[in-house]
Design a protein around this ligand. Structure first.
Ligand SMILES: [Zn+2]
Length: 104
């Protein structure tokens, strides 16, 4: 069941890769039902509630991290290019989104 959900997210293009130039920094975004989540598979981080309450306390990786891992195996995702100047702005937007999600 959970695996099907991951499959769906990848095939329907809900995993997006934001690439920042010239540094080559990457952010992965998984578009969920009512929000977008930022995940960093290298750090094993996700901005969702499930990550916060389950993964961090020793549970399984959340659905978003699995989706990103699957997308990476499949050769990537739809990629959007941004300049490094936009990186901080993007992180701030994501951070305030995540805060709202956690407070809900
Ligand atoms: Zn997540």
């Amino acid at each position: 069941m959970a695996a099907e959900r991951v499959e769906d997210a990848v095939s329907s293009g809900m995993v997006k890769l934001l690439r920042f130039t010239p540094s080559g920094r990457k952010l992965w975004i998984v578009v969920g039902k009512d929000s977008e989540y930022w995940t960093d598979p290298e750090l094993g981080f996700c901005s969702c509630k499930d990550f916060y309450f389950n993964t961090l306390s020793g549970g399984d990786r959340c659905y978003h991290l699995k989706s990103v891992a699957r997308a990476q195996e499949a050769g990537g995702a739809e990629t959007f290019e941004f300049s490094d100047a936009e990186y901080v702005q993007m992180l701030q937007a994501i951070a305030s989104d995540a805060e709202l999600t956690l407070l809900r």
